[in-house]
Design a protein around this ligand. Structure first.
Ligand code: NAD
Length: 434
Protein backbone atom coordinates (compact mmCIF):
# COMPACT_ATOMS: atom_id res chain seq x y z
CA UNK A 1 0.00 0.00 0.00
CA UNK A 2 1.06 3.55 -0.66
CA UNK A 3 2.17 6.04 1.91
CA UNK A 4 0.36 9.31 1.29
CA UNK A 5 0.79 12.76 2.79
CA UNK A 6 -2.27 15.06 2.79
CA UNK A 7 -1.46 18.69 3.49
CA UNK A 8 -4.44 20.63 4.91
CA UNK A 9 -7.18 19.07 7.05
CA UNK A 10 -10.19 21.12 5.98
CA UNK A 11 -13.31 19.83 4.23
CA UNK A 12 -11.29 18.35 1.39
CA UNK A 13 -8.07 17.33 3.16
CA UNK A 14 -9.66 15.67 6.17
CA UNK A 15 -12.38 13.89 4.20
CA UNK A 16 -9.94 12.96 1.41
CA UNK A 17 -7.26 11.80 3.83
CA UNK A 18 -9.68 9.66 5.83
CA UNK A 19 -11.18 8.14 2.66
CA UNK A 20 -7.76 7.36 1.17
CA UNK A 21 -6.90 5.66 4.47
CA UNK A 22 -10.17 3.75 4.23
CA UNK A 23 -9.00 2.50 0.81
CA UNK A 24 -6.18 0.83 2.77
CA UNK A 25 -3.39 3.38 2.30
CA UNK A 26 -1.26 4.83 5.08
CA UNK A 27 -2.12 8.51 5.22
CA UNK A 28 -0.30 11.23 7.13
CA UNK A 29 -2.45 14.33 7.46
CA UNK A 30 -0.53 17.56 7.99
CA UNK A 31 -1.81 20.95 9.11
CA UNK A 32 -0.23 24.09 10.52
CA UNK A 33 -3.07 24.28 13.02
CA UNK A 34 -1.88 22.06 15.90
CA UNK A 35 -5.02 22.61 17.96
CA UNK A 36 -7.18 21.37 15.10
CA UNK A 37 -5.12 18.18 14.86
CA UNK A 38 -5.27 17.55 18.61
CA UNK A 39 -9.04 17.92 18.49
CA UNK A 40 -9.36 15.54 15.55
CA UNK A 41 -7.25 12.97 17.41
CA UNK A 42 -9.54 13.23 20.41
CA UNK A 43 -12.62 12.71 18.24
CA UNK A 44 -13.72 16.34 17.86
CA UNK A 45 -14.14 17.12 14.18
CA UNK A 46 -13.29 20.70 13.12
CA UNK A 47 -16.13 20.64 10.58
CA UNK A 48 -19.68 19.35 10.55
CA UNK A 49 -19.83 16.49 8.07
CA UNK A 50 -22.17 13.51 8.50
CA UNK A 51 -20.24 10.26 9.12
CA UNK A 52 -16.83 11.94 9.33
CA UNK A 53 -16.11 11.26 13.00
CA UNK A 54 -16.75 7.53 12.65
CA UNK A 55 -14.62 7.33 9.49
CA UNK A 56 -11.73 9.23 11.07
CA UNK A 57 -11.90 7.28 14.32
CA UNK A 58 -11.95 3.93 12.53
CA UNK A 59 -8.89 4.72 10.44
CA UNK A 60 -7.04 6.57 13.20
CA UNK A 61 -7.42 3.68 15.62
CA UNK A 62 -6.27 1.21 12.95
CA UNK A 63 -3.10 3.31 12.54
CA UNK A 64 -3.66 3.92 8.81
CA UNK A 65 -4.53 7.57 9.44
CA UNK A 66 -2.17 9.82 11.37
CA UNK A 67 -2.01 13.54 12.11
CA UNK A 68 1.05 15.73 12.46
CA UNK A 69 2.32 19.29 12.13
CA UNK A 70 5.71 17.92 11.05
CA UNK A 71 5.46 18.40 7.29
CA UNK A 72 9.11 17.48 6.75
CA UNK A 73 8.95 13.96 8.07
CA UNK A 74 5.52 13.39 6.50
CA UNK A 75 6.96 14.33 3.10
CA UNK A 76 10.05 12.18 3.55
CA UNK A 77 7.96 9.16 4.58
CA UNK A 78 5.43 9.46 1.75
CA UNK A 79 5.66 8.73 -1.95
CA UNK A 80 2.65 10.87 -2.87
CA UNK A 81 1.95 14.34 -1.45
CA UNK A 82 -1.54 15.81 -1.87
CA UNK A 83 -2.00 19.53 -1.25
CA UNK A 84 -5.53 20.48 -0.15
CA UNK A 85 -5.07 23.87 1.48
CA UNK A 86 -7.50 26.74 1.09
CA UNK A 87 -7.59 28.93 -2.03
CA UNK A 88 -9.90 31.77 -0.97
CA UNK A 89 -11.01 34.72 -3.04
CA UNK A 90 -8.98 37.91 -3.01
CA UNK A 91 -10.66 41.34 -2.86
CA UNK A 92 -10.28 41.69 -6.63
CA UNK A 93 -12.00 38.33 -7.27
CA UNK A 94 -8.82 36.44 -8.14
CA UNK A 95 -7.72 33.26 -6.40
CA UNK A 96 -5.41 33.68 -3.40
CA UNK A 97 -2.65 31.09 -3.84
CA UNK A 98 -0.56 32.11 -0.82
CA UNK A 99 -1.12 28.81 1.03
CA UNK A 100 -0.59 26.70 -2.12
CA UNK A 101 2.77 28.35 -2.84
CA UNK A 102 3.75 28.19 0.84
CA UNK A 103 3.16 24.43 0.84
CA UNK A 104 5.25 24.10 -2.34
CA UNK A 105 8.14 25.94 -0.64
CA UNK A 106 7.74 23.96 2.59
CA UNK A 107 7.75 20.53 0.98
CA UNK A 108 10.58 21.20 -1.48
CA UNK A 109 13.39 20.97 1.07
CA UNK A 110 12.21 17.53 2.20
CA UNK A 111 11.97 15.84 -1.18
CA UNK A 112 14.82 13.36 -0.93
CA UNK A 113 13.67 10.85 -3.57
CA UNK A 114 11.08 10.58 -6.36
CA UNK A 115 7.68 11.94 -5.24
CA UNK A 116 4.36 12.67 -6.88
CA UNK A 117 3.00 16.10 -5.94
CA UNK A 118 -0.77 16.20 -6.36
CA UNK A 119 -2.72 19.46 -6.36
CA UNK A 120 -6.16 18.82 -4.91
CA UNK A 121 -7.07 22.42 -4.16
CA UNK A 122 -9.03 24.30 -6.80
CA UNK A 123 -6.40 26.38 -8.56
CA UNK A 124 -6.31 28.50 -11.74
CA UNK A 125 -4.88 27.03 -14.92
CA UNK A 126 -1.10 27.23 -14.84
CA UNK A 127 -0.77 26.96 -11.06
CA UNK A 128 0.72 23.48 -11.19
CA UNK A 129 3.55 24.80 -13.37
CA UNK A 130 4.20 27.60 -10.89
CA UNK A 131 4.18 25.11 -8.01
CA UNK A 132 6.67 22.97 -9.95
CA UNK A 133 8.95 25.96 -10.45
CA UNK A 134 8.84 26.85 -6.76
CA UNK A 135 9.70 23.28 -5.80
CA UNK A 136 12.59 23.19 -8.32
CA UNK A 137 13.94 26.42 -6.83
CA UNK A 138 13.83 25.15 -3.26
CA UNK A 139 14.84 21.52 -3.75
CA UNK A 140 17.57 20.48 -1.33
CA UNK A 141 19.15 18.04 -3.77
CA UNK A 142 18.67 17.10 -7.41
CA UNK A 143 15.78 14.65 -7.23
CA UNK A 144 12.93 13.89 -9.58
CA UNK A 145 9.27 14.63 -8.90
CA UNK A 146 6.09 14.67 -10.96
CA UNK A 147 3.19 17.08 -10.77
CA UNK A 148 -0.44 15.96 -10.92
CA UNK A 149 -3.71 17.89 -10.90
CA UNK A 150 -6.53 15.97 -9.19
CA UNK A 151 -9.33 18.46 -8.53
CA UNK A 152 -11.96 17.52 -5.96
CA UNK A 153 -15.70 17.55 -6.63
CA UNK A 154 -17.11 16.52 -3.25
CA UNK A 155 -20.07 18.41 -1.84
CA UNK A 156 -20.14 19.47 1.80
CA UNK A 157 -22.88 17.55 3.57
CA UNK A 158 -22.33 14.39 1.50
CA UNK A 159 -18.57 14.65 1.24
CA UNK A 160 -17.70 11.08 2.24
CA UNK A 161 -20.18 9.47 -0.13
CA UNK A 162 -18.97 11.81 -2.89
CA UNK A 163 -15.34 10.92 -2.29
CA UNK A 164 -15.99 7.18 -2.06
CA UNK A 165 -18.45 7.04 -4.96
CA UNK A 166 -17.70 10.02 -7.20
CA UNK A 167 -19.39 10.62 -10.57
CA UNK A 168 -15.90 10.83 -12.01
CA UNK A 169 -12.27 11.28 -11.03
CA UNK A 170 -10.22 13.78 -13.00
CA UNK A 171 -6.47 13.32 -13.17
CA UNK A 172 -4.18 15.69 -15.02
CA UNK A 173 -0.86 13.94 -15.36
CA UNK A 174 2.01 14.17 -17.79
CA UNK A 175 4.26 11.23 -16.90
CA UNK A 176 3.60 7.51 -17.18
CA UNK A 177 5.15 6.84 -13.78
CA UNK A 178 2.83 9.28 -11.98
CA UNK A 179 -0.16 8.06 -13.99
CA UNK A 180 0.43 4.50 -12.72
CA UNK A 181 0.66 5.71 -9.12
CA UNK A 182 -2.57 7.71 -9.43
CA UNK A 183 -4.27 4.72 -11.02
CA UNK A 184 -3.14 2.65 -8.03
CA UNK A 185 -4.55 5.18 -5.54
CA UNK A 186 -7.99 5.20 -7.15
CA UNK A 187 -8.04 1.45 -7.94
CA UNK A 188 -10.75 0.76 -5.27
CA UNK A 189 -13.13 2.95 -7.28
CA UNK A 190 -12.79 0.69 -10.34
CA UNK A 191 -15.07 -1.72 -8.46
CA UNK A 192 -17.90 0.76 -8.95
CA UNK A 193 -16.81 1.43 -12.53
CA UNK A 194 -16.12 5.07 -11.69
CA UNK A 195 -15.05 6.91 -14.85
CA UNK A 196 -11.49 8.17 -14.46
CA UNK A 197 -10.63 10.96 -16.88
CA UNK A 198 -6.91 11.16 -17.56
CA UNK A 199 -5.94 14.40 -19.21
CA UNK A 200 -3.28 17.11 -19.21
CA UNK A 201 -2.64 19.14 -16.09
CA UNK A 202 -3.98 22.40 -17.57
CA UNK A 203 -7.15 20.70 -18.78
CA UNK A 204 -7.75 19.10 -15.38
CA UNK A 205 -7.36 22.50 -13.71
CA UNK A 206 -9.92 24.02 -16.06
CA UNK A 207 -12.42 21.12 -15.75
CA UNK A 208 -12.97 22.01 -12.10
CA UNK A 209 -13.71 25.68 -12.81
CA UNK A 210 -15.87 24.94 -15.85
CA UNK A 211 -17.92 22.45 -13.80
CA UNK A 212 -18.56 24.86 -10.94
CA UNK A 213 -19.29 27.75 -13.31
CA UNK A 214 -21.84 25.57 -15.09
CA UNK A 215 -23.59 24.67 -11.84
CA UNK A 216 -23.66 28.33 -10.84
CA UNK A 217 -25.14 29.18 -14.24
CA UNK A 218 -27.93 26.64 -13.78
CA UNK A 219 -28.85 28.22 -10.44
CA UNK A 220 -28.81 31.77 -11.77
CA UNK A 221 -30.76 30.66 -14.83
CA UNK A 222 -33.60 29.20 -12.78
CA UNK A 223 -33.60 32.22 -10.49
CA UNK A 224 -34.18 34.54 -13.44
CA UNK A 225 -36.97 32.28 -14.68
CA UNK A 226 -38.45 32.48 -11.15
CA UNK A 227 -38.53 36.27 -11.41
CA UNK A 228 -40.32 35.92 -14.73
CA UNK A 229 -42.81 33.43 -13.22
CA UNK A 230 -43.60 35.91 -10.50
CA UNK A 231 -44.45 38.61 -13.03
CA UNK A 232 -46.37 36.32 -15.40
CA UNK A 233 -48.31 34.27 -12.86
CA UNK A 234 -46.55 30.97 -13.58
CA UNK A 235 -45.18 28.53 -10.98
CA UNK A 236 -41.39 28.06 -10.87
CA UNK A 237 -41.60 24.75 -8.99
CA UNK A 238 -43.59 23.20 -11.80
CA UNK A 239 -41.49 24.84 -14.51
CA UNK A 240 -38.28 23.52 -12.90
CA UNK A 241 -39.74 20.06 -12.32
CA UNK A 242 -40.87 19.71 -15.90
CA UNK A 243 -37.59 21.10 -17.23
CA UNK A 244 -35.62 18.70 -15.04
CA UNK A 245 -37.45 15.68 -16.42
CA UNK A 246 -35.70 16.36 -19.71
CA UNK A 247 -32.59 14.23 -19.40
CA UNK A 248 -30.58 16.75 -21.37
CA UNK A 249 -31.29 19.26 -18.59
CA UNK A 250 -31.59 17.18 -15.40
CA UNK A 251 -33.32 18.16 -12.14
CA UNK A 252 -30.27 19.13 -10.07
CA UNK A 253 -29.36 22.76 -9.37
CA UNK A 254 -32.75 23.97 -10.59
CA UNK A 255 -34.13 25.15 -7.26
CA UNK A 256 -35.13 28.79 -7.27
CA UNK A 257 -34.25 30.81 -4.23
CA UNK A 258 -31.84 33.27 -2.74
CA UNK A 259 -28.90 32.14 -4.86
CA UNK A 260 -25.68 30.23 -4.33
CA UNK A 261 -23.07 30.79 -1.65
CA UNK A 262 -20.47 28.69 0.09
CA UNK A 263 -16.75 28.31 -0.14
CA UNK A 264 -16.68 27.14 -3.76
CA UNK A 265 -19.15 28.47 -6.33
CA UNK A 266 -18.76 32.21 -5.60
CA UNK A 267 -14.98 32.15 -5.48
CA UNK A 268 -14.57 29.74 -8.39
CA UNK A 269 -16.90 31.75 -10.62
CA UNK A 270 -14.94 34.90 -9.75
CA UNK A 271 -11.63 33.17 -10.34
CA UNK A 272 -12.54 31.82 -13.79
CA UNK A 273 -13.81 35.28 -14.77
CA UNK A 274 -10.51 36.72 -13.59
CA UNK A 275 -8.46 34.10 -15.46
CA UNK A 276 -10.53 34.65 -18.61
CA UNK A 277 -10.07 38.40 -18.32
CA UNK A 278 -6.31 37.91 -18.22
CA UNK A 279 -6.53 35.63 -21.25
CA UNK A 280 -8.62 38.20 -23.14
CA UNK A 281 -11.61 35.86 -23.45
CA UNK A 282 -14.82 37.40 -22.12
CA UNK A 283 -17.02 34.81 -20.40
CA UNK A 284 -20.37 36.49 -21.00
CA UNK A 285 -22.61 33.65 -19.76
CA UNK A 286 -20.63 33.12 -16.57
CA UNK A 287 -20.42 36.85 -15.93
CA UNK A 288 -24.20 37.07 -16.22
CA UNK A 289 -24.62 34.12 -13.84
CA UNK A 290 -22.42 35.94 -11.34
CA UNK A 291 -24.32 39.23 -11.72
CA UNK A 292 -27.69 37.52 -11.31
CA UNK A 293 -26.46 35.82 -8.13
CA UNK A 294 -25.21 39.12 -6.71
CA UNK A 295 -28.73 40.50 -7.12
CA UNK A 296 -30.53 37.69 -5.24
CA UNK A 297 -30.14 38.85 -1.63
CA UNK A 298 -31.11 42.43 -2.65
CA UNK A 299 -34.33 40.93 -4.06
CA UNK A 300 -35.07 39.50 -0.58
CA UNK A 301 -34.17 42.83 1.03
CA UNK A 302 -36.69 44.56 -1.26
CA UNK A 303 -39.38 42.01 -0.44
CA UNK A 304 -38.77 42.55 3.28
CA UNK A 305 -38.74 46.34 3.01
CA UNK A 306 -41.91 46.48 0.97
CA UNK A 307 -43.66 44.46 3.68
CA UNK A 308 -41.95 46.19 6.64
CA UNK A 309 -40.77 49.66 5.53
CA UNK A 310 -39.30 50.54 8.94
CA UNK A 311 -37.23 47.68 10.33
CA UNK A 312 -35.85 49.68 13.25
CA UNK A 313 -36.49 47.79 16.48
CA UNK A 314 -38.35 44.96 14.72
CA UNK A 315 -37.71 41.35 15.76
CA UNK A 316 -36.68 39.33 12.73
CA UNK A 317 -36.20 35.59 13.09
CA UNK A 318 -33.64 34.06 10.74
CA UNK A 319 -33.68 30.27 10.36
CA UNK A 320 -30.57 28.90 8.69
CA UNK A 321 -27.16 30.56 8.52
CA UNK A 322 -25.09 27.87 6.74
CA UNK A 323 -24.91 28.34 2.97
CA UNK A 324 -26.74 25.05 2.54
CA UNK A 325 -28.05 22.21 4.76
CA UNK A 326 -25.81 19.56 6.34
CA UNK A 327 -22.81 21.81 6.72
CA UNK A 328 -21.58 24.35 9.26
CA UNK A 329 -19.86 26.34 6.51
CA UNK A 330 -20.96 29.98 6.42
CA UNK A 331 -18.38 31.23 3.90
CA UNK A 332 -20.16 33.51 1.40
CA UNK A 333 -23.52 32.37 2.78
CA UNK A 334 -26.40 34.56 1.51
CA UNK A 335 -27.66 34.71 5.12
CA UNK A 336 -24.67 36.85 6.10
CA UNK A 337 -25.53 39.59 3.61
CA UNK A 338 -29.12 39.52 4.80
CA UNK A 339 -28.22 39.61 8.50
CA UNK A 340 -25.80 42.50 7.86
CA UNK A 341 -28.61 44.38 6.12
CA UNK A 342 -31.07 43.72 8.96
CA UNK A 343 -28.55 44.88 11.57
CA UNK A 344 -27.84 48.01 9.56
CA UNK A 345 -31.56 48.79 9.43
CA UNK A 346 -31.78 48.50 13.22
CA UNK A 347 -33.66 45.20 13.32
CA UNK A 348 -33.16 42.78 16.21
CA UNK A 349 -32.08 39.49 14.64
CA UNK A 350 -32.87 36.22 16.42
CA UNK A 351 -31.10 33.40 14.59
CA UNK A 352 -30.89 29.64 14.72
CA UNK A 353 -28.99 27.08 12.65
CA UNK A 354 -28.63 23.37 13.49
CA UNK A 355 -24.85 23.30 12.80
CA UNK A 356 -23.43 26.72 11.98
CA UNK A 357 -24.01 28.57 15.28
CA UNK A 358 -20.38 28.48 16.43
CA UNK A 359 -19.11 29.88 13.14
CA UNK A 360 -21.84 32.53 13.14
CA UNK A 361 -21.07 33.46 16.76
CA UNK A 362 -17.47 34.11 15.78
CA UNK A 363 -18.65 36.56 13.16
CA UNK A 364 -21.50 38.32 14.96
CA UNK A 365 -20.67 37.92 18.65
CA UNK A 366 -23.50 39.67 20.51
CA UNK A 367 -24.75 41.75 17.59
CA UNK A 368 -27.53 39.21 17.05
CA UNK A 369 -29.32 36.83 19.42
CA UNK A 370 -28.51 33.17 18.97
CA UNK A 371 -31.41 30.89 19.90
CA UNK A 372 -31.37 27.23 20.97
CA UNK A 373 -33.97 26.17 18.45
CA UNK A 374 -36.30 27.41 15.73
CA UNK A 375 -39.19 28.06 18.11
CA UNK A 376 -37.12 30.26 20.42
CA UNK A 377 -36.03 32.24 17.35
CA UNK A 378 -39.59 33.00 16.22
CA UNK A 379 -40.81 34.16 19.66
CA UNK A 380 -42.44 37.61 19.27
CA UNK A 381 -41.04 37.89 15.74
CA UNK A 382 -42.36 40.57 13.42
CA UNK A 383 -41.24 38.39 10.52
CA UNK A 384 -39.53 35.07 9.86
CA UNK A 385 -36.93 34.56 7.14
CA UNK A 386 -35.93 31.00 6.18
CA UNK A 387 -32.47 31.15 4.62
CA UNK A 388 -31.33 27.49 4.58
CA UNK A 389 -33.45 24.47 3.69
CA UNK A 390 -32.47 22.26 6.64
CA UNK A 391 -34.89 19.32 6.94
CA UNK A 392 -36.00 20.46 10.38
CA UNK A 393 -37.25 23.74 8.89
CA UNK A 394 -39.34 21.80 6.35
CA UNK A 395 -41.38 20.19 9.13
CA UNK A 396 -41.87 23.06 11.56
CA UNK A 397 -44.97 22.88 13.74
CA UNK A 398 -46.58 25.82 12.01
CA UNK A 399 -49.41 26.14 14.53
CA UNK A 400 -46.80 26.59 17.22
CA UNK A 401 -44.87 29.04 15.03
CA UNK A 402 -48.11 31.01 14.52
CA UNK A 403 -48.76 31.16 18.25
CA UNK A 404 -45.23 32.37 18.97
CA UNK A 405 -44.88 35.05 16.29
CA UNK A 406 -46.13 38.59 16.76
CA UNK A 407 -46.86 39.20 13.08
CA UNK A 408 -47.45 36.38 10.61
CA UNK A 409 -45.00 37.40 7.90
CA UNK A 410 -42.84 34.72 6.36
CA UNK A 411 -40.09 35.05 3.75
CA UNK A 412 -39.31 31.56 2.50
CA UNK A 413 -36.08 32.07 0.58
CA UNK A 414 -35.80 28.38 -0.36
CA UNK A 415 -39.39 27.75 -1.47
CA UNK A 416 -39.87 24.95 1.07
CA UNK A 417 -43.56 25.63 1.88
CA UNK A 418 -46.62 25.69 -0.35
CA UNK A 419 -48.00 29.21 -0.87
CA UNK A 420 -51.64 28.06 -0.75
CA UNK A 421 -51.30 26.33 2.59
CA UNK A 422 -49.41 29.24 4.13
CA UNK A 423 -52.06 31.70 2.98
CA UNK A 424 -54.79 29.47 4.41
CA UNK A 425 -52.98 29.49 7.73
CA UNK A 426 -53.02 33.28 7.73
CA UNK A 427 -49.41 33.99 6.85
CA UNK A 428 -48.35 36.83 4.59
CA UNK A 429 -46.11 34.50 2.65
CA UNK A 430 -43.32 35.45 0.25
CA UNK A 431 -41.23 33.03 -1.81
CA UNK A 432 -39.66 33.03 -5.25
CA UNK A 433 -41.46 32.58 -8.54
CA UNK A 434 -44.78 31.32 -7.25
N1 NAD B 1 -15.04 22.73 0.70
C1 NAD B 1 -15.48 22.11 -0.39
O1 NAD B 1 -16.62 21.66 -0.47
C2 NAD B 1 -14.56 21.90 -1.56
C3 NAD B 1 -14.94 21.04 -2.60
C4 NAD B 1 -14.08 20.86 -3.69
C5 NAD B 1 -12.89 21.56 -3.73
N2 NAD B 1 -12.55 22.41 -2.73
C6 NAD B 1 -11.26 23.11 -2.80
O2 NAD B 1 -10.35 22.43 -1.95
C7 NAD B 1 -9.43 23.37 -1.36
C8 NAD B 1 -9.52 23.27 0.16
O3 NAD B 1 -10.80 23.68 0.56
P1 NAD B 1 -11.37 23.41 2.04
O4 NAD B 1 -12.77 23.88 2.05
O5 NAD B 1 -11.03 22.02 2.43
O6 NAD B 1 -10.43 24.43 2.87
P2 NAD B 1 -10.41 24.70 4.45
O7 NAD B 1 -10.23 26.15 4.60
O8 NAD B 1 -11.56 24.01 5.09
O9 NAD B 1 -9.10 23.93 4.96
C9 NAD B 1 -7.80 24.29 4.63
C10 NAD B 1 -6.86 23.71 5.67
O10 NAD B 1 -5.52 23.94 5.23
C11 NAD B 1 -4.73 24.28 6.35
N3 NAD B 1 -3.54 25.00 5.90
C12 NAD B 1 -3.44 26.27 5.42
N4 NAD B 1 -2.17 26.55 5.10
C13 NAD B 1 -1.45 25.45 5.37
C14 NAD B 1 -0.07 25.12 5.24
N5 NAD B 1 0.82 26.00 4.77
N6 NAD B 1 0.33 23.88 5.62
C15 NAD B 1 -0.57 22.99 6.11
N7 NAD B 1 -1.87 23.25 6.25
C16 NAD B 1 -2.31 24.47 5.89
C17 NAD B 1 -5.66 25.12 7.20
O11 NAD B 1 -5.20 25.19 8.55
C18 NAD B 1 -6.97 24.34 7.05
O12 NAD B 1 -7.10 23.33 8.04
C19 NAD B 1 -9.84 24.73 -1.91
O13 NAD B 1 -9.06 25.01 -3.04
C20 NAD B 1 -11.29 24.54 -2.32
O14 NAD B 1 -11.68 25.40 -3.36
C21 NAD B 1 -13.35 22.58 -1.64
Amino acid sequence: MLKICMVGTGYVGLVGGACLADFGNNVLCVDIDAKRLEQIKSGIMPIYEPGLRELVERNYSSGRLQFTTDLGSAVRESSVIFSAVGTPMREDGSCDLTAVFQVAKDIAGHIDEYKVIVQKSTVPVGTSEKVGNIIEEHLGSKVEFDRVSNPEFLREGSAIEDFLRPNRVVIGVESERAREIMREIYRPLYLFETPVVFTTIRTAELIKYASNAFLATKISFINEIADLCEKLGADIDEVAKAMGLDRRIGPKFLHAGVGYGGSCLPKDVSAIMYTAGDAGVPLRVITAAHDVNESRVPVVMDKIQSEIPDLDGKNIAVLGIAFKPNTDDIREAPSLKLIDFLIEKGARVRAYDPAAMDNAREKYDNRITFCDNAYRAVEKADALVIMTEWNEFRVLDLDKVKDLMKELILFDCRNIYKPGRMKDMGFKYHSFGR
